[in-house]
Each structure stands twice: as C-alpha cells, then as structure tokens.
Design a binder for this molecule. Structure first.
Ligand code: PEP
Length: 275
C-alpha cells in the first residue's frame, strides 16, 4: 500500500480581514519559496470572506491548487483552499449560509465539517454534520470531518464510544467509493486552543480506534486510504512527535497557522517526518 501523503490543514477560524489574509499568504509564499516542503499536502481554510482573495494571492505566486489541479512552481507543493463550514443545500432561503456550489466556484477542494466550535456554539448536531458530509461528497468537495471527546467524556472513559457514535452518525449513507474522499480529524475538544495537546499515547489510541472503525465500515482498502489528522494545540515543537505516531497522517492546525513562520516550520517538520 502506498503511504498516505502528510496532510496539513490550517484553520484560520474567524481571523483576518482581506488585506490581512493576503499579507499572510504573501508571507507564507515567501517562506515556502525559500524552503519548499516536500511529501506534504497543504490546505488552508481562511474565513469565507477571504477565500477569493487568498486564491488569487496563491495564484499570483504559482501556488494555487484549484479544482482543476495544481499550478505549482517547481519544487514547491501547491496549496489548496478549504471552507470552514457550509450548508448542505445547493441553494434556498437560508439567510447567512453558503452552499457547496458557491465554494466550488471559489476553487475550494475541501470543507471542514463538524468542528467542535460549531457543535458547541452553534448547536450543530451529528445529524446536521451527516447532511454536510453527504453534500460535500456530492459536489466533489473533500469533507474534513472533525470528531472528538470533551474532557468530561474522557474522564468517564467514554472516548471510544463518543468517537464511534460521531463516526457512525456522520458517515451513515457514505458508501465505500465515496469513503476514499473523506478526511477525518481527531480533535479532542479539551486540546483545542488550550496549549495542552493529546499525549502520543492518547493520540495513538484514538487514531487506532478510528482506523479500526472505518476499515470495518468500508473494508480495508478504502479504510486505509482515509487520512486521519490530529488537531489540538499543534505547534512546530510538538508536530514531530505527533507525526512520528504511525497512525497519525497529518494535522489540523488552528492558532499556529496564523503565524506564517510557525506554519512554515510545521510544514518543514512534516516534510521530514517518516511516512
Ligand atoms: C482547531 O481549530 O481545529 C485547532 C486544532 O485549534 P488549535 O490548533 O489552536 O488548538
């Protein structure tokens, strides 16, 4: 089986105006040009308002991988863009929402769904997450499905059952062929933005559990192709240790991706990590 490419996703959350977003991309492009990462797939998820400007800035630097494929300069992997959320319908009376075709239009290849901040602050349920996963796949967007337990659930030894329930709910009706396009991000809620990442043992255990579930669901061949990312307080200092875990295929990075030198260092460590 060919090794899964390291996948590093930067989630900007609700940060950066358009000029700030372009400035961040310019800085990042400069760093990538100076020391191009290898063996790594790079995705960034700016807010909706900045997606178009970010795609243009990446294009200017020959770094944009849009829906039609890459335009990367030699030596440097291209950068894809993701949305941080979306509605599941193509169009309709849903004030304030953004649909899958709108994201495709902007050149998005990925979309984050079920982030714990959406579950926590906006009441997003597993049933809604499922609709979003199916809509993304229907439109050729790769869903980055976020799952993870709270500290209380971990303390009550419920981590395995919480992950299993979230996976079952979100992936019902996703068949084996579609499964190969799903990305899963294990993000313990207590580790997000806390400065306290999961220990390697905790991450390994959770990732093994997730892998076992999806290989059982979609059979070995497809289940093995699904990248499982770790997310929660990833930094340049701890990414090496996390990627050294065989079961960890990449990372979903929040805070550290807003700082181009830190994000570039994370990409550099990911490049040198053993697949
Ligand atoms: C996230 O937002 O998905 C995340 C992992 O954030 P942070 O890296 O800041 O913990």
């Amino acid at each position: 089986m060919t090794p899964r490419l390291r996948l590093i996703v930067g989630n900007w959350k609700m940060h950066k105006t358009i000029p700030e977003a372009v400035g961040l991309v310019e800085h990042l492009a400069d760093l990538l040009k100076k020391s191009p990462p290898t063996n790594v797939t790079i995705v960034i998820a700016p807010p909706f308002t900045a997606l178009s400007a970010v795609a243009s800035a990446l294009t200017t630097h020959g770094l944009f991988e849009g829906t039609g494929g890459g335009t990367s300069r030699p030596g440097s992997p291209p950068v894809s863009i993701a949305a941080q959320d979306m509605h599941w319908e193509d169009a309709g009376a849903y004030t304030g929402e953004v649909s899958p075709p709108m994201l495709k239009d902007l050149g998005c290849r990925y979309v984050i769904v079920g982030h714990s901040e959406r579950r926590r602050y906006f009441g997003e349920t597993d049933a809604l997450v499922r609709k979003k996963v199916l809509a993304a796949l229907r439109h050729g967007l790769r869903p980055i499905l976020c799952i993870g337990e709270t500290w209380d659930q971990r303390a009550r030894n419920q981590t395995g059952s919480v992950l299993a329930a979230q996976l079952t709910e979100a992936l019902t009706d996703v068949d084996k062929d579609q499964g190969a396009d799903v990305v899963i991000a294990y993000e313990p809620v207590w580790a997000i933005g806390s400065g306290q990442p999961a220990t390697p043992t905790q991450a390994r255990e959770a990732h093994r559990h997730i892998r076992a579930r999806i290989t059982a669901r979609w059979r070995h061949e497809t289940g093995e192709r699904v990248p499982i990312l770790y997310g929660g307080s990833v930094t340049p200092e701890n990414i090496g240790e996390l990627l050294a875990i065989r079961e960890v295929d990449g990372a979903l990075v929040g805070g550290a991706c807003l700082d181009p030198p830190q994000f570039a260092r994370i990409l550099a460590v990911a490049s040198s990590a053993k697949a």
